[in-house]
Design a protein around this ligand. Sequence first.
Ligand SMILES: NC(=O)c1ccc[n+]([C@@H]2O[C@H](COP(=O)([O-])OP(=O)(O)OC[C@H]3O[C@@H](n4cnc5c(N)ncnc54)[C@H](O)[C@@H]3O)[C@@H](O)[C@H]2O)c1
Length: 390
Amino acid sequence: MINDANLDAFKENQEVKEVDTSRKVKIGIIGTGWIAQSHANAYKKLSDVEIVALADIVPGKAEAFAKANGLSGARIYNSDKEMLDNEKDLDGVSICTYNCQHAAPTINALEHGVNVMLEKPFTVTLDEAIAVMKAEKKSGKILTIGFQPRMSDNMKMIKKIVDSGELGKIYYMQAGGGRRKGIPTPFGTTFIEKETGGVGAVGDIGSYSLDMLLEAVGYPKPLTVTGYTSNFFGTDPDYYAKINHPEYAKKFGVDDFAAAFIRLEGDIILDFRISWAMNMDTAGDALILGTKGGLRIPSTECWNGEFDKPLTIYKDIAGSQVQYQVPLIPNKPNEPSLFVKKLRAFVDSIKEGGVATVPTSQIIYNQAIIDGICRSAELGREVEIKIPEI
Ligand SMILES: NC(=O)c1ccc[n+]([C@@H]2O[C@H](COP(=O)([O-])OP(=O)(O)OC[C@H]3O[C@@H](n4cnc5c(N)ncnc54)[C@H](O)[C@@H]3O)[C@@H](O)[C@H]2O)c1
Protein backbone atom coordinates (compact mmCIF):
# COMPACT_ATOMS: atom_id res chain seq x y z
CA MET A 1 0.00 0.00 0.00
CA ILE A 2 1.19 3.51 -0.69
CA ASN A 3 2.03 5.72 2.28
CA ASP A 4 3.87 9.02 2.53
CA ALA A 5 7.24 7.33 2.87
CA ASN A 6 7.06 5.25 -0.27
CA LEU A 7 5.37 8.05 -2.22
CA ASP A 8 8.71 9.79 -1.79
CA ALA A 9 10.27 7.00 -3.82
CA PHE A 10 8.31 8.24 -6.83
CA LYS A 11 9.87 11.68 -6.54
CA GLU A 12 12.96 12.74 -8.35
CA ASN A 13 15.76 14.76 -6.94
CA GLN A 14 16.65 17.89 -8.80
CA GLU A 15 20.04 17.38 -10.35
CA VAL A 16 22.34 20.34 -9.93
CA LYS A 17 24.73 20.07 -12.77
CA GLU A 18 28.00 21.74 -13.63
CA VAL A 19 28.06 22.90 -17.26
CA ASP A 20 31.20 22.92 -19.41
CA THR A 21 31.27 26.33 -21.09
CA SER A 22 34.61 25.87 -22.89
CA ARG A 23 32.78 25.33 -26.18
CA LYS A 24 29.54 27.15 -26.88
CA VAL A 25 26.78 25.22 -28.59
CA LYS A 26 25.73 27.19 -31.68
CA ILE A 27 21.98 27.52 -32.06
CA GLY A 28 19.76 29.01 -34.77
CA ILE A 29 16.10 29.93 -34.29
CA ILE A 30 13.81 29.42 -37.29
CA GLY A 31 10.60 31.45 -37.03
CA THR A 32 10.82 34.49 -34.75
CA GLY A 33 7.20 34.81 -33.62
CA TRP A 34 5.53 34.29 -30.26
CA ILE A 35 7.14 31.08 -28.99
CA ALA A 36 10.58 31.99 -30.33
CA GLN A 37 10.63 34.57 -27.54
CA SER A 38 10.47 31.77 -24.94
CA HIS A 39 13.23 29.89 -26.76
CA ALA A 40 15.48 32.97 -26.84
CA ASN A 41 14.80 33.73 -23.16
CA ALA A 42 15.58 30.16 -22.17
CA TYR A 43 18.72 29.78 -24.32
CA LYS A 44 20.04 33.02 -22.86
CA LYS A 45 19.92 31.35 -19.43
CA LEU A 46 22.22 28.54 -20.64
CA SER A 47 25.83 29.67 -20.26
CA ASP A 48 27.13 27.16 -22.80
CA VAL A 49 24.83 28.29 -25.64
CA GLU A 50 25.19 31.01 -28.24
CA ILE A 51 22.30 32.05 -30.50
CA VAL A 52 24.18 32.65 -33.75
CA ALA A 53 21.40 32.90 -36.36
CA LEU A 54 17.75 33.92 -36.69
CA ALA A 55 15.38 33.41 -39.62
CA ASP A 56 11.88 34.55 -40.48
CA ILE A 57 10.06 34.75 -43.79
CA VAL A 58 8.42 38.06 -42.84
CA PRO A 59 10.89 40.76 -43.93
CA GLY A 60 12.44 42.61 -40.98
CA LYS A 61 10.91 40.33 -38.34
CA ALA A 62 14.06 38.39 -37.42
CA GLU A 63 16.06 41.62 -37.34
CA ALA A 64 13.54 43.27 -35.00
CA PHE A 65 13.62 40.13 -32.84
CA ALA A 66 17.42 40.32 -32.62
CA LYS A 67 17.23 43.95 -31.57
CA ALA A 68 14.53 43.37 -28.98
CA ASN A 69 16.45 40.47 -27.45
CA GLY A 70 19.96 41.87 -27.42
CA LEU A 71 21.10 39.37 -30.05
CA SER A 72 23.05 41.81 -32.19
CA GLY A 73 25.68 39.16 -32.97
CA ALA A 74 23.15 36.82 -34.57
CA ARG A 75 23.15 36.60 -38.37
CA ILE A 76 19.76 37.29 -39.94
CA TYR A 77 18.09 35.24 -42.69
CA ASN A 78 14.85 35.38 -44.64
CA SER A 79 14.03 31.67 -44.47
CA ASP A 80 15.10 28.37 -42.97
CA LYS A 81 16.66 27.48 -46.32
CA GLU A 82 18.81 30.61 -46.43
CA MET A 83 20.00 30.03 -42.86
CA LEU A 84 20.81 26.36 -43.35
CA ASP A 85 22.58 26.92 -46.69
CA ASN A 86 24.79 29.62 -45.19
CA GLU A 87 25.46 28.57 -41.59
CA LYS A 88 28.07 25.86 -41.77
CA ASP A 89 28.68 25.11 -38.10
CA LEU A 90 25.25 25.13 -36.48
CA ASP A 91 24.91 22.52 -33.72
CA GLY A 92 21.16 22.81 -33.50
CA VAL A 93 18.06 24.76 -34.43
CA SER A 94 14.83 25.53 -32.63
CA ILE A 95 12.02 25.33 -35.17
CA CYS A 96 9.40 27.81 -33.97
CA THR A 97 7.36 28.14 -37.14
CA TYR A 98 3.59 27.66 -37.30
CA ASN A 99 2.33 24.07 -37.63
CA CYS A 100 2.13 23.96 -41.45
CA GLN A 101 5.82 24.91 -41.56
CA HIS A 102 7.05 22.22 -39.15
CA ALA A 103 7.82 19.42 -41.58
CA ALA A 104 9.71 21.22 -44.38
CA PRO A 105 12.21 23.20 -42.24
CA THR A 106 12.79 20.15 -40.01
CA ILE A 107 13.59 17.94 -43.01
CA ASN A 108 15.80 20.71 -44.36
CA ALA A 109 17.72 21.03 -41.07
CA LEU A 110 18.20 17.27 -40.76
CA GLU A 111 19.42 17.07 -44.36
CA HIS A 112 21.98 19.74 -43.47
CA GLY A 113 23.16 17.57 -40.55
CA VAL A 114 21.72 19.88 -37.87
CA ASN A 115 20.05 18.68 -34.64
CA VAL A 116 16.47 19.87 -34.17
CA MET A 117 14.23 21.00 -31.34
CA LEU A 118 10.84 21.11 -33.07
CA GLU A 119 7.95 22.88 -31.39
CA LYS A 120 4.78 20.87 -30.84
CA PRO A 121 2.65 19.53 -32.43
CA PHE A 122 5.02 17.23 -34.34
CA THR A 123 3.39 18.10 -37.72
CA VAL A 124 -0.11 18.59 -39.12
CA THR A 125 -0.55 15.25 -40.91
CA LEU A 126 0.72 11.74 -40.32
CA ASP A 127 2.27 11.67 -43.81
CA GLU A 128 4.38 14.71 -42.93
CA ALA A 129 5.51 13.09 -39.67
CA ILE A 130 6.55 9.96 -41.57
CA ALA A 131 8.55 12.05 -44.07
CA VAL A 132 10.30 13.84 -41.18
CA MET A 133 11.15 10.55 -39.48
CA LYS A 134 12.67 9.21 -42.69
CA ALA A 135 14.91 12.30 -42.89
CA GLU A 136 15.75 11.89 -39.20
CA LYS A 137 16.76 8.27 -39.69
CA LYS A 138 18.92 9.12 -42.70
CA SER A 139 20.63 12.00 -40.90
CA GLY A 140 21.42 10.23 -37.63
CA LYS A 141 20.79 13.58 -35.91
CA ILE A 142 18.73 14.32 -32.80
CA LEU A 143 15.14 15.41 -33.31
CA THR A 144 13.13 16.16 -30.18
CA ILE A 145 9.58 17.52 -29.93
CA GLY A 146 8.98 20.51 -27.66
CA PHE A 147 6.62 19.15 -25.01
CA GLN A 148 7.91 21.00 -21.93
CA PRO A 149 5.43 19.30 -19.52
CA ARG A 150 7.65 16.22 -19.88
CA MET A 151 10.16 18.10 -17.71
CA SER A 152 7.67 18.54 -14.85
CA ASP A 153 8.15 16.41 -11.73
CA ASN A 154 4.39 16.33 -11.18
CA MET A 155 3.78 15.13 -14.75
CA LYS A 156 6.52 12.51 -14.35
CA MET A 157 4.75 11.28 -11.24
CA ILE A 158 1.82 10.06 -13.38
CA LYS A 159 4.05 7.64 -15.27
CA LYS A 160 5.85 6.58 -12.09
CA ILE A 161 2.56 5.64 -10.48
CA VAL A 162 1.47 3.61 -13.53
CA ASP A 163 4.91 1.96 -13.79
CA SER A 164 4.86 1.06 -10.08
CA GLY A 165 2.01 -1.38 -10.80
CA GLU A 166 -0.14 0.26 -8.13
CA LEU A 167 -3.00 0.64 -10.63
CA GLY A 168 -2.71 -2.88 -12.10
CA LYS A 169 -3.46 -3.37 -15.78
CA ILE A 170 -4.61 -0.12 -17.40
CA TYR A 171 -7.71 -0.58 -19.55
CA TYR A 172 -9.29 2.88 -19.90
CA MET A 173 -8.09 6.48 -19.98
CA GLN A 174 -10.11 9.65 -20.24
CA ALA A 175 -8.63 12.97 -21.32
CA GLY A 176 -9.91 16.11 -19.61
CA GLY A 177 -9.04 19.79 -19.47
CA GLY A 178 -9.66 22.12 -22.36
CA ARG A 179 -10.57 25.78 -22.42
CA ARG A 180 -13.94 27.48 -21.93
CA LYS A 181 -13.04 30.39 -24.21
CA GLY A 182 -9.42 30.50 -25.31
CA ILE A 183 -8.92 30.51 -29.06
CA PRO A 184 -5.28 31.62 -29.33
CA THR A 185 -5.17 34.88 -31.29
CA PRO A 186 -3.02 37.20 -29.15
CA PHE A 187 -0.37 37.56 -31.86
CA GLY A 188 -2.46 37.26 -35.00
CA THR A 189 -4.19 34.43 -36.81
CA THR A 190 -1.51 31.83 -37.55
CA PHE A 191 -3.11 29.37 -35.09
CA ILE A 192 -6.56 29.62 -36.64
CA GLU A 193 -5.93 29.72 -40.38
CA LYS A 194 -5.90 26.42 -42.23
CA GLU A 195 -2.84 27.44 -44.31
CA THR A 196 -0.69 28.10 -41.23
CA GLY A 197 -2.22 26.27 -38.23
CA GLY A 198 -3.44 23.29 -40.24
CA VAL A 199 -5.18 21.87 -37.16
CA GLY A 200 -6.81 23.68 -34.25
CA ALA A 201 -7.35 22.67 -30.62
CA VAL A 202 -6.83 19.00 -31.44
CA GLY A 203 -3.21 19.59 -32.48
CA ASP A 204 -2.42 22.57 -30.30
CA ILE A 205 -3.43 21.62 -26.74
CA GLY A 206 -4.79 18.20 -27.73
CA SER A 207 -1.25 17.03 -28.47
CA TYR A 208 -0.22 17.85 -24.86
CA SER A 209 -3.20 16.06 -23.42
CA LEU A 210 -2.48 12.99 -25.55
CA ASP A 211 1.20 13.10 -24.61
CA MET A 212 0.43 13.17 -20.89
CA LEU A 213 -1.73 10.03 -21.02
CA LEU A 214 0.12 8.07 -23.72
CA GLU A 215 3.50 8.68 -22.06
CA ALA A 216 2.08 7.37 -18.77
CA VAL A 217 1.21 4.01 -20.32
CA GLY A 218 4.32 3.63 -22.51
CA TYR A 219 2.98 5.12 -25.74
CA PRO A 220 1.00 2.16 -27.10
CA LYS A 221 0.27 2.12 -30.80
CA PRO A 222 -3.15 3.51 -31.79
CA LEU A 223 -5.25 1.05 -33.80
CA THR A 224 -8.53 2.79 -34.65
CA VAL A 225 -10.05 6.22 -34.11
CA THR A 226 -13.60 7.54 -34.23
CA GLY A 227 -13.26 11.31 -34.19
CA TYR A 228 -15.41 14.41 -34.15
CA THR A 229 -14.38 18.03 -34.66
CA SER A 230 -16.38 21.26 -34.67
CA ASN A 231 -15.83 25.00 -35.07
CA PHE A 232 -18.99 26.69 -33.78
CA PHE A 233 -17.15 29.42 -31.84
CA GLY A 234 -14.17 30.17 -34.06
CA THR A 235 -16.39 30.88 -37.05
CA ASP A 236 -18.74 33.20 -35.12
CA PRO A 237 -17.89 36.94 -35.48
CA ASP A 238 -19.46 37.60 -32.04
CA TYR A 239 -16.77 35.44 -30.43
CA TYR A 240 -14.18 38.11 -31.25
CA ALA A 241 -16.25 41.11 -30.06
CA LYS A 242 -14.04 41.68 -27.01
CA ILE A 243 -10.88 41.89 -29.11
CA ASN A 244 -12.52 43.91 -31.90
CA HIS A 245 -11.62 41.44 -34.63
CA PRO A 246 -14.91 40.07 -36.07
CA GLU A 247 -13.06 39.41 -39.35
CA TYR A 248 -11.16 36.56 -37.62
CA ALA A 249 -14.35 34.48 -37.96
CA LYS A 250 -13.87 34.31 -41.73
CA LYS A 251 -10.21 33.36 -41.34
CA PHE A 252 -10.98 30.54 -38.93
CA GLY A 253 -10.31 27.31 -40.84
CA VAL A 254 -9.55 24.74 -38.13
CA ASP A 255 -11.35 22.99 -35.23
CA ASP A 256 -12.09 24.60 -31.86
CA PHE A 257 -13.36 21.38 -30.26
CA ALA A 258 -12.61 17.71 -30.82
CA ALA A 259 -13.66 14.40 -29.30
CA ALA A 260 -12.63 10.84 -30.07
CA PHE A 261 -12.80 7.21 -29.07
CA ILE A 262 -9.43 5.58 -29.65
CA ARG A 263 -8.43 1.91 -29.41
CA LEU A 264 -4.81 1.44 -28.37
CA GLU A 265 -2.65 -1.66 -28.54
CA GLY A 266 -2.76 -3.61 -25.26
CA ASP A 267 -6.55 -3.39 -24.95
CA ILE A 268 -6.62 0.20 -23.73
CA ILE A 269 -9.41 2.60 -24.62
CA LEU A 270 -8.67 6.32 -24.77
CA ASP A 271 -11.71 8.55 -24.47
CA PHE A 272 -10.57 11.98 -25.64
CA ARG A 273 -11.90 15.51 -25.79
CA ILE A 274 -10.23 18.90 -26.08
CA SER A 275 -11.46 22.43 -26.52
CA TRP A 276 -10.34 25.94 -27.34
CA ALA A 277 -13.92 27.08 -26.80
CA MET A 278 -17.05 25.51 -25.29
CA ASN A 279 -19.92 26.35 -22.96
CA MET A 280 -18.32 24.53 -20.03
CA ASP A 281 -15.55 25.38 -17.56
CA THR A 282 -13.59 22.20 -18.26
CA ALA A 283 -14.14 18.85 -19.95
CA GLY A 284 -13.20 17.38 -16.57
CA ASP A 285 -10.29 15.65 -14.90
CA ALA A 286 -8.20 13.12 -16.76
CA LEU A 287 -8.69 9.56 -15.50
CA ILE A 288 -6.59 6.41 -15.73
CA LEU A 289 -8.46 3.23 -14.76
CA GLY A 290 -6.58 0.06 -13.88
CA THR A 291 -7.63 -3.31 -12.49
CA LYS A 292 -6.10 -2.53 -9.07
CA GLY A 293 -6.50 1.21 -8.85
CA GLY A 294 -7.62 4.40 -10.54
CA LEU A 295 -5.82 7.71 -10.90
CA ARG A 296 -7.52 11.11 -11.13
CA ILE A 297 -5.38 13.84 -12.72
CA PRO A 298 -6.85 17.27 -12.00
CA SER A 299 -8.03 19.21 -15.02
CA THR A 300 -5.06 21.07 -16.44
CA GLU A 301 -4.20 23.17 -19.43
CA CYS A 302 -1.39 20.64 -19.93
CA TRP A 303 1.01 23.06 -21.56
CA ASN A 304 2.71 24.18 -18.38
CA GLY A 305 2.72 20.87 -16.55
CA GLU A 306 1.23 22.38 -13.44
CA PHE A 307 -1.68 21.00 -11.44
CA ASP A 308 -3.41 23.18 -8.92
CA LYS A 309 -4.63 20.10 -7.00
CA PRO A 310 -2.91 16.82 -6.13
CA LEU A 311 -3.31 13.57 -8.03
CA THR A 312 -5.71 11.13 -6.33
CA ILE A 313 -5.42 7.33 -6.30
CA TYR A 314 -8.54 5.20 -5.72
CA LYS A 315 -8.23 1.57 -4.53
CA ASP A 316 -10.00 -1.16 -2.61
CA ILE A 317 -7.93 -2.14 0.40
CA ALA A 318 -8.98 -4.99 2.73
CA GLY A 319 -12.52 -4.68 1.45
CA SER A 320 -12.67 -0.91 1.95
CA GLN A 321 -12.85 1.71 -0.76
CA VAL A 322 -10.04 4.15 -0.05
CA GLN A 323 -8.60 7.16 -1.81
CA TYR A 324 -5.44 9.08 -1.12
CA GLN A 325 -3.70 12.06 -2.56
CA VAL A 326 -0.22 12.24 -3.98
CA PRO A 327 1.22 15.49 -2.64
CA LEU A 328 2.13 18.07 -5.25
CA ILE A 329 5.86 18.44 -5.69
CA PRO A 330 6.63 22.11 -5.13
CA ASN A 331 9.19 23.99 -7.18
CA LYS A 332 12.53 24.35 -5.47
CA PRO A 333 14.00 27.80 -4.94
CA ASN A 334 15.72 28.97 -8.15
CA GLU A 335 14.57 25.89 -10.03
CA PRO A 336 14.71 26.53 -13.80
CA SER A 337 11.40 26.78 -15.65
CA LEU A 338 10.14 23.80 -17.63
CA PHE A 339 11.06 25.68 -20.78
CA VAL A 340 14.67 26.14 -19.64
CA LYS A 341 14.79 22.45 -18.68
CA LYS A 342 13.46 21.44 -22.10
CA LEU A 343 16.19 23.38 -23.91
CA ARG A 344 18.86 22.27 -21.39
CA ALA A 345 17.95 18.67 -22.23
CA PHE A 346 18.22 19.38 -25.97
CA VAL A 347 21.62 21.06 -25.57
CA ASP A 348 22.86 18.24 -23.32
CA SER A 349 21.81 15.65 -25.87
CA ILE A 350 23.79 17.54 -28.55
CA LYS A 351 26.86 17.84 -26.33
CA GLU A 352 26.79 14.31 -25.04
CA GLY A 353 25.68 12.61 -28.26
CA GLY A 354 22.59 11.50 -26.42
CA VAL A 355 19.09 10.68 -27.54
CA ALA A 356 16.04 12.90 -27.95
CA THR A 357 14.18 13.62 -24.71
CA VAL A 358 10.83 13.44 -26.52
CA PRO A 359 11.50 11.04 -29.40
CA THR A 360 9.59 10.85 -32.66
CA SER A 361 9.28 7.08 -32.18
CA GLN A 362 6.67 7.97 -29.53
CA ILE A 363 5.20 11.16 -30.95
CA ILE A 364 4.41 9.51 -34.28
CA TYR A 365 1.55 7.82 -32.35
CA ASN A 366 0.40 11.16 -30.96
CA GLN A 367 0.38 12.55 -34.49
CA ALA A 368 -1.35 9.46 -35.89
CA ILE A 369 -4.21 10.02 -33.43
CA ILE A 370 -4.55 13.71 -34.35
CA ASP A 371 -4.50 12.75 -38.02
CA GLY A 372 -6.99 9.95 -37.35
CA ILE A 373 -9.39 12.29 -35.53
CA CYS A 374 -9.35 14.76 -38.43
CA ARG A 375 -9.77 12.04 -41.06
CA SER A 376 -12.53 10.27 -39.16
CA ALA A 377 -14.37 13.55 -38.55
CA GLU A 378 -14.25 14.31 -42.25
CA LEU A 379 -15.37 10.83 -43.31
CA GLY A 380 -17.97 10.49 -40.55
CA ARG A 381 -16.81 7.00 -39.56
CA GLU A 382 -14.12 5.06 -37.70
CA VAL A 383 -10.70 4.94 -39.36
CA GLU A 384 -7.82 2.51 -39.00
CA ILE A 385 -4.37 3.83 -38.14
CA LYS A 386 -1.68 2.51 -40.43
CA ILE A 387 1.93 3.54 -39.92
CA PRO A 388 4.54 2.10 -42.26
CA GLU A 389 7.90 0.79 -41.06
CA ILE A 390 10.34 3.71 -41.11
N1 LIG B 1 5.67 24.87 -26.36
C1 LIG B 1 4.80 25.82 -26.14
O1 LIG B 1 4.43 26.14 -25.02
C2 LIG B 1 4.22 26.56 -27.32
C3 LIG B 1 3.49 27.73 -27.10
C4 LIG B 1 3.04 28.44 -28.22
C5 LIG B 1 3.25 27.96 -29.50
N2 LIG B 1 3.91 26.78 -29.67
C6 LIG B 1 4.12 26.24 -31.01
O2 LIG B 1 5.10 27.03 -31.65
C7 LIG B 1 4.82 27.15 -33.04
C8 LIG B 1 4.83 28.62 -33.42
O3 LIG B 1 3.83 29.29 -32.74
P1 LIG B 1 3.86 30.88 -32.62
O4 LIG B 1 2.70 31.25 -31.77
O5 LIG B 1 5.20 31.34 -32.24
O6 LIG B 1 3.54 31.29 -34.14
P2 LIG B 1 3.86 32.68 -34.83
O7 LIG B 1 2.99 32.74 -36.01
O8 LIG B 1 3.82 33.79 -33.82
O9 LIG B 1 5.38 32.53 -35.29
C9 LIG B 1 5.79 31.69 -36.33
C10 LIG B 1 6.82 32.43 -37.15
O10 LIG B 1 7.42 31.52 -38.09
C11 LIG B 1 7.67 32.26 -39.28
N3 LIG B 1 7.91 31.29 -40.36
C12 LIG B 1 7.02 30.47 -40.97
N4 LIG B 1 7.62 29.67 -41.86
C13 LIG B 1 8.94 29.97 -41.81
C14 LIG B 1 10.09 29.47 -42.48
N5 LIG B 1 10.00 28.48 -43.37
N6 LIG B 1 11.30 30.01 -42.19
C15 LIG B 1 11.41 31.00 -41.27
N7 LIG B 1 10.34 31.51 -40.61
C16 LIG B 1 9.13 31.01 -40.86
C17 LIG B 1 6.46 33.15 -39.43
O11 LIG B 1 6.68 34.21 -40.30
C18 LIG B 1 6.23 33.58 -37.98
O12 LIG B 1 6.91 34.78 -37.68
C19 LIG B 1 3.46 26.49 -33.26
O13 LIG B 1 3.63 25.24 -33.87
C20 LIG B 1 2.88 26.33 -31.87
O14 LIG B 1 2.10 25.16 -31.72
C21 LIG B 1 4.41 26.10 -28.62
